[in-house]
Write a protein that binds this ligand. Structure first.
Ligand code: NAD
Ligand code: UFG
Length: 339
């Protein structure tokens, strides 16, 4: 079975391609490399000992998509392609809606024209906004999102739900990721943020490796155990295996369905700093700063729906997340381009 993976050269996509190839799927990656390097895919081939096809294109290029759908008999599409920087989305909303929402619509139009109706979509816990209760279940209210990036995810979820209502041939998995961290155990692929990282763990590892001076901890006055923000960090390889499970599920189920992909555990910023220090043996210099605009105090999942329905559960511990993130950072101190 051949699977089209949009955005497959990126962080979560490349780890998912490893899982797909290991599970026997053939893979075609379509990526415009706007936030990634094709080097990741060469490394995926090295890790798995298997070949994949790479198409350098944009999901908004309808003609290229049609060509691709004629060339391959895809059984499904896993759709990672999207822009994901929250701050940038506030400054450039049109670019975000065009790329994320417009791109997804073009992709679905091409799928429909080609008779391919199986889709796994990368959504985000951000669609829950600021829930009143923890842990977060899939049936919680969604939509209280405060930035165009998050809103683009919420809009896409609704578009895909409408599509599945209009045409029962669609089978769609909406996967709401919590906080993906870590890297493949080989240290060959991992997260390679452009410029100064927005996310916590890449920031920590870049401080440890000497690329950045000091971590800013955004707020210590939340009502959490130590006052710093709490999140549900999930190993990217666990997240990747959730996609393969969702694909299997879609073979026998139509409609659009939602799953949380998280561990069900919340860790604070200081928990993360201390866990990293323990695993790496490096001290992470940090200072407490004011809260970051738009941040919420805590966010963690109830992942039991995915366990029940997909037979999926995160396996890797916080220790493993730290060890793998650190191995990737040490082996590739400047990411893919300069390692
Ligand atoms: P990433 O930036 O590493 O990967 C996204 C990939 O999509 C990149 O390779 C980029 O070049 C490509 N891309 C972007 N726009 C494209 C377009 N128009 N056409 C073709 N390719 C395009 O990001 P990631 O962390 O791997 O995230 C993958 C998906 O998961 C994204 O949709 C993101 O919004 C979503 N997500 C990520 C997180 C997270 O914390 N990393 C959390 C929740 C959801
Ligand atoms: N944090 C710091 N210092 C930093 C970076 C982060 O203290 O330099 C803190 C944040 O305040 C937060 C926690 O670390 O408490 C995690 O922050 P991240 O930026 O790593 O992750 P977020 O939970 O803020 O955001 C992530 C994705 C978003 C997505 C959101 C919800 O990056 O794209 O999860 O799914 F919208």
């Amino acid at each position: 079975m051949v699977v089209l993976v949009t955005g497959g050269a990126g962080y979560i996509g490349s780890h998912t391609v490893v899982e797909l190839l290991k599970s026997g799927y053939d893979v075609v990656v379509l990526d415009n490399l706007s936030n990634s390097s094709a080097e990741s895919l060469l490394r995926v081939e090295k890790i798995t000992g298997r070949k994949l096809e790479f198409v350098h294109a944009d999901i908004r290029e309808r003609r290229k998509l049609d060509e691709l759908f004629r060339q391959y008999d895809f059984s499904a599409v896993i759709h990672f392609a999207g822009l994901k920087a929250v701050g940038e989305s506030v400054a450039e909303p049109l670019r975000y809606y065009d790329n994320n929402v417009g791109g997804t619509i073009t992709l679905c139009q091409a799928m429909e024209a080609a008779g391919v109706f199986r889709l796994v979509f990368s959504s985000s816990a951000t669609v829950y906004g600021e829930p009143e209760q923890m842990p977060i279940l899939e049936n919680f209210t969604v939509g209280g999102v405060t930035n165009p990036y998050g809103r683009s995810k919420w809009i896409i979820e609704q578009v895909l739900e409408d599509l599945s209502c209009a045409d029962p041939r669609w089978s769609i998995a909406l996967l709401r990721y919590f906080n993906p961290v870590g890297a493949h155990e080989s240290g060959m692929i991992g997260e390679d943020p452009d410029g100064v990282p927005n996310n916590l763990l890449p920031y920590i590892t870049q401080v440890a490796v000497g690329r950045l001076q000091q971590l800013s901890v955004f707020g210590d006055d939340y009502s959490t155990k130590d006052g710093t923000g709490v999140r549900d960090y999930i190993h990217v390889c666990d997240l990747a295996s959730g996609h393969v499970k969702a694909l299997d599920f879609l073979e026998n189920h139509n409609g659009a369905q939602v799953w949380n992909l998280g561990t069900g555990h919340g860790y604070s910023v200081l928990d993360m700093v201390h866990a990293f220090e323990e695993v790496s043996g490096c001290k992470v210099d940090y200072k407490i700063e004011p809260r970051r605009t738009g941040d919420i105090g805590e966010c963690w999942s109830d992942p039991s729906k995915a366990r029940r329905e997909l037979g999926w559960q995160a396996q890797r511990s916080l220790h493993t997340m730290m060890a793998d993130a650190w191995r990737w950072q040490q082996q590739n101190p400047h990411g893919y381009e300069h390692s």
